[in-house]
Write a protein that binds this ligand. Structure first.
Ligand SMILES: CC(C)=CCC/C(C)=C/CC/C(C)=C/COP(=O)(O)O
Length: 289
Protein backbone atom coordinates (compact mmCIF):
# COMPACT_ATOMS: atom_id res chain seq x y z
CA UNK A 1 0.00 0.00 0.00
CA UNK A 2 1.23 3.52 -0.77
CA UNK A 3 1.85 5.78 2.18
CA UNK A 4 0.01 9.10 1.90
CA UNK A 5 1.94 11.98 0.27
CA UNK A 6 2.74 14.78 2.72
CA UNK A 7 3.04 18.53 2.39
CA UNK A 8 5.93 20.71 3.60
CA UNK A 9 4.59 20.66 7.17
CA UNK A 10 4.47 16.87 7.15
CA UNK A 11 0.68 16.86 7.00
CA UNK A 12 -0.77 14.13 4.80
CA UNK A 13 -2.13 15.70 1.63
CA UNK A 14 -5.88 15.93 1.85
CA UNK A 15 -5.87 16.42 5.61
CA UNK A 16 -8.44 19.00 6.48
CA UNK A 17 -7.30 22.21 8.03
CA UNK A 18 -9.72 24.90 6.82
CA UNK A 19 -7.31 27.68 7.71
CA UNK A 20 -4.40 26.23 5.80
CA UNK A 21 -3.73 26.74 2.10
CA UNK A 22 -5.20 23.30 1.69
CA UNK A 23 -4.51 20.17 -0.24
CA UNK A 24 -4.15 19.95 -3.97
CA UNK A 25 -7.34 17.98 -3.96
CA UNK A 26 -9.36 20.78 -2.46
CA UNK A 27 -7.31 23.88 -3.01
CA UNK A 28 -7.77 25.41 0.46
CA UNK A 29 -10.66 26.32 2.73
CA UNK A 30 -12.11 29.14 0.64
CA UNK A 31 -12.03 27.13 -2.57
CA UNK A 32 -13.60 24.27 -0.70
CA UNK A 33 -16.61 26.46 0.10
CA UNK A 34 -16.71 27.92 -3.42
CA UNK A 35 -16.76 24.49 -4.96
CA UNK A 36 -19.42 23.22 -2.57
CA UNK A 37 -21.53 26.23 -3.44
CA UNK A 38 -21.00 25.76 -7.13
CA UNK A 39 -21.83 22.11 -7.12
CA UNK A 40 -24.90 22.41 -4.94
CA UNK A 41 -26.40 25.59 -6.44
CA UNK A 42 -25.50 25.40 -10.07
CA UNK A 43 -28.38 24.71 -12.42
CA UNK A 44 -28.29 21.15 -13.56
CA UNK A 45 -26.22 19.96 -10.56
CA UNK A 46 -27.02 16.29 -10.54
CA UNK A 47 -26.03 14.01 -7.71
CA UNK A 48 -25.96 11.01 -10.03
CA UNK A 49 -23.51 12.54 -12.46
CA UNK A 50 -21.56 13.88 -9.49
CA UNK A 51 -21.24 10.34 -8.22
CA UNK A 52 -19.93 9.28 -11.60
CA UNK A 53 -17.40 12.08 -11.66
CA UNK A 54 -16.24 11.15 -8.23
CA UNK A 55 -15.42 7.63 -9.19
CA UNK A 56 -12.98 9.11 -11.73
CA UNK A 57 -11.35 11.50 -9.30
CA UNK A 58 -7.96 10.71 -7.77
CA UNK A 59 -9.35 11.59 -4.34
CA UNK A 60 -12.02 8.97 -4.64
CA UNK A 61 -9.62 6.37 -6.00
CA UNK A 62 -7.44 6.67 -2.91
CA UNK A 63 -10.30 4.99 -1.11
CA UNK A 64 -10.54 7.32 1.86
CA UNK A 65 -12.13 10.69 2.41
CA UNK A 66 -9.19 13.09 2.54
CA UNK A 67 -10.90 15.63 4.75
CA UNK A 68 -10.81 13.11 7.56
CA UNK A 69 -7.05 12.83 7.54
CA UNK A 70 -5.94 10.01 9.76
CA UNK A 71 -3.38 10.95 12.36
CA UNK A 72 -4.32 14.62 12.56
CA UNK A 73 -4.57 15.80 16.13
CA UNK A 74 -6.94 18.69 15.24
CA UNK A 75 -10.72 18.54 15.50
CA UNK A 76 -12.08 17.41 12.15
CA UNK A 77 -15.39 18.41 10.61
CA UNK A 78 -17.95 15.62 10.47
CA UNK A 79 -17.75 13.43 7.38
CA UNK A 80 -20.11 14.44 4.64
CA UNK A 81 -22.49 12.11 2.87
CA UNK A 82 -21.09 10.54 -0.30
CA UNK A 83 -22.88 12.87 -2.78
CA UNK A 84 -21.51 15.99 -1.09
CA UNK A 85 -17.97 14.68 -0.91
CA UNK A 86 -17.50 14.26 -4.61
CA UNK A 87 -19.07 17.51 -5.54
CA UNK A 88 -16.15 19.16 -3.83
CA UNK A 89 -13.84 18.19 -6.61
CA UNK A 90 -15.18 19.34 -10.00
CA UNK A 91 -12.48 19.88 -12.57
CA UNK A 92 -11.51 23.35 -13.72
CA UNK A 93 -12.99 22.61 -17.13
CA UNK A 94 -16.25 21.57 -15.46
CA UNK A 95 -16.48 24.86 -13.58
CA UNK A 96 -15.50 26.91 -16.65
CA UNK A 97 -18.13 25.19 -18.82
CA UNK A 98 -20.86 25.52 -16.22
CA UNK A 99 -20.02 29.19 -15.72
CA UNK A 100 -20.09 29.78 -19.49
CA UNK A 101 -23.46 28.05 -19.73
CA UNK A 102 -24.84 30.09 -16.85
CA UNK A 103 -23.69 33.34 -18.51
CA UNK A 104 -25.09 32.10 -21.84
CA UNK A 105 -28.53 31.39 -20.36
CA UNK A 106 -28.61 34.67 -18.46
CA UNK A 107 -27.53 36.76 -21.49
CA UNK A 108 -29.87 34.94 -23.87
CA UNK A 109 -32.83 35.56 -21.55
CA UNK A 110 -31.87 39.24 -21.31
CA UNK A 111 -31.54 39.58 -25.10
CA UNK A 112 -34.78 37.70 -25.82
CA UNK A 113 -36.68 40.99 -26.03
CA UNK A 114 -38.96 39.87 -28.88
CA UNK A 115 -39.69 36.40 -27.51
CA UNK A 116 -43.40 37.15 -27.10
CA UNK A 117 -45.93 39.81 -28.06
CA UNK A 118 -45.86 41.09 -24.49
CA UNK A 119 -42.03 41.22 -24.32
CA UNK A 120 -40.34 44.61 -24.05
CA UNK A 121 -39.70 44.78 -27.82
CA UNK A 122 -42.70 42.60 -28.71
CA UNK A 123 -43.84 45.06 -31.40
CA UNK A 124 -40.65 44.22 -33.37
CA UNK A 125 -41.58 40.55 -33.49
CA UNK A 126 -43.18 40.63 -36.99
CA UNK A 127 -40.04 42.24 -38.40
CA UNK A 128 -37.85 39.60 -36.73
CA UNK A 129 -40.06 36.87 -38.18
CA UNK A 130 -39.66 38.39 -41.63
CA UNK A 131 -35.89 38.18 -41.14
CA UNK A 132 -36.39 34.58 -40.05
CA UNK A 133 -38.04 33.76 -43.38
CA UNK A 134 -35.20 35.49 -45.24
CA UNK A 135 -32.80 32.91 -43.79
CA UNK A 136 -35.06 29.86 -43.97
CA UNK A 137 -33.87 26.80 -45.90
CA UNK A 138 -36.98 26.46 -48.12
CA UNK A 139 -36.81 29.84 -49.93
CA UNK A 140 -33.07 29.46 -50.39
CA UNK A 141 -33.37 25.94 -51.80
CA UNK A 142 -36.33 26.74 -54.04
CA UNK A 143 -34.77 30.03 -55.18
CA UNK A 144 -31.50 28.31 -56.12
CA UNK A 145 -33.30 25.53 -58.00
CA UNK A 146 -35.39 28.07 -59.87
CA UNK A 147 -32.36 30.16 -60.86
CA UNK A 148 -30.54 27.00 -61.91
CA UNK A 149 -33.41 26.04 -64.19
CA UNK A 150 -33.38 29.51 -65.78
CA UNK A 151 -29.64 29.92 -66.05
CA UNK A 152 -28.31 29.91 -69.60
CA UNK A 153 -24.59 30.28 -68.95
CA UNK A 154 -22.09 27.66 -67.84
CA UNK A 155 -20.52 30.02 -65.34
CA UNK A 156 -23.87 30.84 -63.75
CA UNK A 157 -24.84 27.19 -63.61
CA UNK A 158 -21.56 26.29 -61.94
CA UNK A 159 -22.01 28.89 -59.21
CA UNK A 160 -25.62 27.91 -58.60
CA UNK A 161 -24.80 24.21 -58.54
CA UNK A 162 -22.26 24.90 -55.83
CA UNK A 163 -24.72 27.07 -53.91
CA UNK A 164 -27.16 24.17 -53.98
CA UNK A 165 -24.44 21.83 -52.75
CA UNK A 166 -23.59 24.34 -49.97
CA UNK A 167 -27.23 24.58 -48.83
CA UNK A 168 -27.63 20.81 -48.75
CA UNK A 169 -24.34 20.35 -46.89
CA UNK A 170 -25.50 22.93 -44.36
CA UNK A 171 -28.83 21.15 -43.81
CA UNK A 172 -27.03 17.85 -43.36
CA UNK A 173 -24.38 19.10 -40.92
CA UNK A 174 -26.80 21.18 -38.84
CA UNK A 175 -29.28 18.29 -38.57
CA UNK A 176 -26.46 15.95 -37.59
CA UNK A 177 -25.12 18.24 -34.86
CA UNK A 178 -28.60 19.12 -33.58
CA UNK A 179 -29.42 15.41 -33.35
CA UNK A 180 -26.18 14.65 -31.52
CA UNK A 181 -26.16 17.58 -29.08
CA UNK A 182 -29.94 17.70 -28.47
CA UNK A 183 -29.91 21.02 -26.70
CA UNK A 184 -33.44 22.22 -25.98
CA UNK A 185 -34.53 25.62 -27.24
CA UNK A 186 -34.75 28.33 -24.56
CA UNK A 187 -37.75 28.05 -22.26
CA UNK A 188 -39.02 31.48 -23.34
CA UNK A 189 -39.19 30.49 -27.05
CA UNK A 190 -42.62 30.16 -28.68
CA UNK A 191 -42.44 27.25 -31.11
CA UNK A 192 -44.27 29.03 -33.95
CA UNK A 193 -41.64 28.63 -36.65
CA UNK A 194 -42.52 28.20 -40.30
CA UNK A 195 -41.85 24.72 -41.79
CA UNK A 196 -39.50 22.88 -39.46
CA UNK A 197 -38.09 19.36 -39.56
CA UNK A 198 -37.88 17.06 -36.54
CA UNK A 199 -34.41 18.11 -35.33
CA UNK A 200 -35.51 21.73 -35.30
CA UNK A 201 -36.90 21.24 -31.83
CA UNK A 202 -33.24 21.45 -30.84
CA UNK A 203 -31.33 24.68 -30.78
CA UNK A 204 -27.59 23.97 -31.14
CA UNK A 205 -26.40 25.24 -33.56
CA UNK A 206 -28.69 27.85 -35.11
CA UNK A 207 -29.47 26.69 -38.65
CA UNK A 208 -30.49 30.17 -39.75
CA UNK A 209 -27.16 31.52 -38.58
CA UNK A 210 -25.05 28.83 -40.27
CA UNK A 211 -26.96 29.50 -43.50
CA UNK A 212 -26.57 33.26 -43.17
CA UNK A 213 -22.80 32.96 -42.61
CA UNK A 214 -22.39 30.40 -45.40
CA UNK A 215 -24.53 32.19 -47.98
CA UNK A 216 -23.10 35.63 -47.26
CA UNK A 217 -19.53 34.35 -47.60
CA UNK A 218 -20.55 32.56 -50.79
CA UNK A 219 -22.14 35.71 -52.26
CA UNK A 220 -19.19 37.91 -51.31
CA UNK A 221 -16.83 35.50 -53.06
CA UNK A 222 -18.81 34.78 -56.20
CA UNK A 223 -20.90 37.82 -57.03
CA UNK A 224 -19.48 41.11 -58.14
CA UNK A 225 -21.27 43.59 -55.92
CA UNK A 226 -20.84 47.28 -55.15
CA UNK A 227 -19.44 48.04 -51.69
CA UNK A 228 -22.79 49.18 -50.19
CA UNK A 229 -24.36 45.89 -51.25
CA UNK A 230 -21.47 43.92 -49.77
CA UNK A 231 -21.96 45.76 -46.48
CA UNK A 232 -25.68 44.99 -46.65
CA UNK A 233 -24.98 41.27 -47.10
CA UNK A 234 -22.73 41.20 -44.02
CA UNK A 235 -25.27 43.22 -42.02
CA UNK A 236 -28.07 40.87 -43.03
CA UNK A 237 -26.12 37.86 -41.76
CA UNK A 238 -25.21 39.59 -38.51
CA UNK A 239 -28.74 40.89 -37.80
CA UNK A 240 -30.28 37.54 -38.71
CA UNK A 241 -28.03 35.85 -36.12
CA UNK A 242 -28.88 38.45 -33.50
CA UNK A 243 -32.60 38.16 -34.28
CA UNK A 244 -32.49 34.45 -33.39
CA UNK A 245 -31.60 35.35 -29.81
CA UNK A 246 -34.00 38.32 -29.74
CA UNK A 247 -36.86 36.06 -30.88
CA UNK A 248 -35.95 33.68 -28.06
CA UNK A 249 -35.27 30.88 -30.55
CA UNK A 250 -31.67 30.42 -29.47
CA UNK A 251 -29.07 30.96 -26.82
CA UNK A 252 -26.08 33.15 -27.62
CA UNK A 253 -23.72 30.15 -27.91
CA UNK A 254 -26.01 28.49 -30.52
CA UNK A 255 -25.66 31.58 -32.69
CA UNK A 256 -21.94 32.09 -32.04
CA UNK A 257 -21.23 28.49 -33.03
CA UNK A 258 -23.62 28.90 -35.98
CA UNK A 259 -21.51 31.74 -37.38
CA UNK A 260 -18.37 29.67 -36.94
CA UNK A 261 -19.86 26.57 -38.55
CA UNK A 262 -21.34 28.49 -41.50
CA UNK A 263 -18.01 30.19 -42.10
CA UNK A 264 -16.20 26.83 -42.06
CA UNK A 265 -18.81 25.21 -44.30
CA UNK A 266 -17.97 27.72 -47.01
CA UNK A 267 -14.34 26.63 -46.76
CA UNK A 268 -15.45 23.04 -47.36
CA UNK A 269 -17.54 24.07 -50.37
CA UNK A 270 -14.67 26.10 -51.78
CA UNK A 271 -12.30 23.17 -51.29
CA UNK A 272 -14.67 20.70 -53.00
CA UNK A 273 -15.75 23.19 -55.69
CA UNK A 274 -17.85 21.40 -58.32
CA UNK A 275 -17.01 22.27 -61.92
CA UNK A 276 -17.50 20.64 -65.34
CA UNK A 277 -13.90 19.47 -64.92
CA UNK A 278 -14.20 17.99 -61.36
CA UNK A 279 -17.81 16.73 -61.61
CA UNK A 280 -18.58 16.37 -65.34
CA UNK A 281 -21.44 13.92 -64.75
CA UNK A 282 -23.42 16.46 -62.74
CA UNK A 283 -23.12 19.13 -65.38
CA UNK A 284 -23.89 16.84 -68.28
CA UNK A 285 -26.94 15.46 -66.47
CA UNK A 286 -28.23 18.95 -65.71
CA UNK A 287 -27.99 19.89 -69.38
CA UNK A 288 -30.01 16.96 -70.65
CA UNK A 289 -33.18 18.14 -72.44
C1 LIG B 1 -34.95 19.24 -48.65
C2 LIG B 1 -35.31 19.51 -47.24
C3 LIG B 1 -35.41 18.38 -46.30
C4 LIG B 1 -35.50 20.77 -46.87
C5 LIG B 1 -35.80 21.13 -45.50
C6 LIG B 1 -35.62 22.60 -45.35
C7 LIG B 1 -35.95 22.98 -43.97
C8 LIG B 1 -37.26 22.60 -43.40
C9 LIG B 1 -35.07 23.63 -43.27
C10 LIG B 1 -35.29 23.96 -41.84
C11 LIG B 1 -35.06 25.38 -41.66
C12 LIG B 1 -35.18 25.67 -40.19
C13 LIG B 1 -36.51 25.91 -39.64
C14 LIG B 1 -34.07 25.67 -39.44
C15 LIG B 1 -34.06 25.96 -38.01
O1 LIG B 1 -33.27 27.07 -37.86
P1 LIG B 1 -32.79 27.52 -36.43
O2 LIG B 1 -32.04 28.79 -36.68
O3 LIG B 1 -34.00 27.75 -35.60
O4 LIG B 1 -31.92 26.43 -35.91
Amino acid sequence: MQSPRRNAEGRPLGTCDPSSSGSPAHGGGSRFEFQSLLSSRMPGADPTSARLRASESPVHRRGSFPLAGAGSSQALPPQLPEEDRIDLNPSFLDIALRSLLAIDLWLSKKLGVCAGESSSWGSMRPLMKLLEISGHGIPWLLGTLYCLSRSDSWAGREVLMNLLFALLLDLLLVSLIKGLVRRRRPAHNQMDMFFTISVDKYSFPSGHTTRAALVSRFILNHLVLAIPLRVLVVLWAFILGLSRVMLGRHNVTDVAFGFFLGYMQYSIVDYCWLSPRTAPVLFVLWNQP
